[in-house]
Design a protein around this ligand. Structure first.
Ligand SMILES: Nc1ncnc2c1ncn2[C@@H]1O[C@H](COP(=O)(O)OP(=O)(O)OP(=O)(O)O)[C@@H](O)[C@H]1O
Length: 365
């Protein structure tokens, strides 16, 4: 869908931002360009919508050389989202999003209707439509930026560090939202970041660049973590890549065991073992430590907060984290509705990792 063929960029001052580089971005996938500051990510991305022209080589979008396309028309088919959202400060949210449909010849009324659908799609309440960008949080501004980029329903979306100006919690929410949107929309997304965690979370394929504009590795995230191409990538993906790779190993085969449970609101006698407290719907609320005496009915205030929960059949990383973070050492497994299924220990998880390793005939790290 997007193809870089022997593309090179040298700026007028002699800086070579991108060395001769070839890369194919598959249609309907999120492909991430990742690398340290100044490695040429933005330069490469901007060659797609002709904000920057290559010094040599060819960029194809949908099989067509972008040089044959009129830049303005080309950009209508390519949504562009940048850090700080880049919204028009003097237009309200709805009009910011409606800008492109109006340029495309839709009536103002129709464009606004489309804009309000898009706000809903990116998870923003309608009442924000009348506000100005300065009256929104950073995360909300980014969502408006995404809605605006989607307004013309472009097949291609370029996203240049779109989430790097917001705090880590909001950022994670925006990443999840992008994955959800992508499930629905199937765009061809080229995403730039310098954050390897963001890259492996979002990318179906990840291209690692290093200073000087060299492409060092282009691979699926799992392969990148399993087999970094060289020392640069090894250092870049980080020390705990073995652990992080568990995000790509599914937990089928993990067999949760039952544990003693008590119900919040019930009367309970002391016992010398950890017990998991559940609410009336069977959802975990916390742990009751061994030897606890409870006068009257069990309340949540008497519980020790439980660790993270592992949702059945999601990746093993969450299972190991549940076991390691639980005060009892027993990771709580829940089903898709959040109801208690059983518990696992770190040993269970490690045993399953070992089984996977033998089945694959290779190590995880
Ligand atoms: N207009 C320009 N003229 C000269 N050099 C430039 C120009 N734009 C970028 N560069 C240089 O080209 C190199 C690549 O820059 P680019 O912005 O593509 O990197 P990047 O990986 O996106 O960096 P960052 O993560 O910091 O945004 C850098 O050395 C930069 O200083």
């Amino acid at each position: 869908m997007i193809e870089f063929q022997a593309v090179r960029k040298q700026y007028d001052n002699g800086t070579v931002a991108v060395q001769e580089l070839s890369l194919s971005v598959e249609a309907g996938t999120i492909t991430v360009l990742v690398g340290p500051s100044g490695c040429g990510k933005t330069t490469l991305m901007r060659m797609v919508n002709r904000m920057i022209e290559p010094s040599s080589g060819t960029v194809l979008v949908g099989g067509e050389d972008v040089r044959r396309r009129d830049p303005a028309q080309l950009r209508r088919g390519i949504g562009y989202v940048i850090q700080q959202a880049g919204l028009f400060p003097h237009r309200n949210v709805l009009d910011n999003v409606a800008t492109v449909p109006v340029l495309d010849g839709r009536s103002k009324q129709e464009a606004r209707r489309r804009a309000s659908e898009l706000l809903e799609l990116v998870g923003l309440p309608q009442e924000l439509g009348n506000r100005y960008p300065a009256q929104l949080s950073g995360g909300q501004q980014q969502r408006v930026g995404v809605a605006r980029a989607l307004a013309a329903d472009p097949p291609v979306l370029l996203m240049d560090e779109p989430f790097s100006a917001v705090d880590p919690v909001v950022r994670e929410g925006l990443q999840d939202e992008l994955l959800r949107l992508q499930d629905e929309l199937d765009k061809t997304v080229l995403f730039v970041t310098h954050d390897i965690d963001e890259a492996v979370k979002l990318g179906e394929k990840v291209a690692v660049l290093r200073q000087g504009g060299y492409l060092v590795q282009y691979a699926a995230p799992d392969d990148l973590l399993a087999e970094p191409a060289d020392d640069f990538v090894t250092t870049f993906v980080g020390k705990d890549r073995g652990y992080r790779r568990l995000s790509f190993v599914d937990s089928h085969g993990l067999d949760p065991k039952p544990v003693a449970t008590v119900e919040v609101g019930a009367r309970v006698a002391p016992e010398q073992r950890w017990r998991l407290a559940l609410d009336g719907d069977g959802r975990p609320r916390g742990w009751l430590p061994p030897g606890s005496t409870v006068d009257g009915e069990l309340t949540e205030a008497q519980l020790v907060a439980g660790g993270s929960l592992h949702t059945r059949h999601t990746p093993l990383r969450g299972a190991l984290d549940a076991a390691l973070s639980a005060p009892s050492g027993l990771g709580v497994v829940v089903d898709g509705d959040g109801q208690y299924v059983g518990v696992i220990t770190a040993d269970h998880v490690l045993g399953l990792i070992e089984q996977h390793r033998r089945a694959d005939g290779e190590g995880l790290t």
